[in-house]
Design a protein around this ligand. Sequence first.
Ligand code: G3P
Length: 218
Amino acid sequence: MRFFVDTADIAAIRELHELGMVDGVTTNPSLILKSGRDIAEVTREICDLVPGPVSAEVIASDAEGMIREGKHLAEIAPNVTVKVPLTWDGLKACKALTDDGHMVNVTLCFSPAQAILAAKAGATFISPFIGRLDDIGLDGMELIADIRQIYDNYGYETNLLAASIRSVNHVIECARVGADVITAPPSVIKAMASHVLTDKGLDLFNADWAKTGQKIGA
Ligand code: G3P
């Protein structure tokens, strides 16, 4: 399973990248706002750091505008993935941009029907949002499992990129059902290292070690 990091925070991306944990990056307008950076500038910086796909999102709502903005974003670096919303115009833009040789991430996917259309339009990635479905009392993970099954039934090549991940459990469940990629905030990726029994075990080892009076390498 590939790990994308869902942030435009360069320091956070660098820390995870140095550990080999970043296969790509996803951003969106809210994350650009949070970074306080210019979209072209920060996207270029991320692309210089991470060789994998880096998603940058268009803002236009019509296909023509999305294609224009998408081509503009794609000029920033060869690993830019143009992110378009799952609307009818977004699907038109997806088809045009993929036909033009660009990687496209179709975002804001909330149903299997939408995911089928994105695959038909040639999307490189489909981004179903788990957390936002959970937020309204639905089961985001069921959507991931449904898309996995449908894509496998027909051999669709679009990568299933599970987004809106809010917890370690979301990551584990995505791995269980076979998402190709997860995109998660740095905090969730770092939380994967934690376990209460690891902390407890370490406390015990440290206490026992202190009683030995020994030092390593002294
Ligand atoms: O990048 C899109 C997605 O991951 C957003 O997540 O937590 O804002 O629903 P969230």
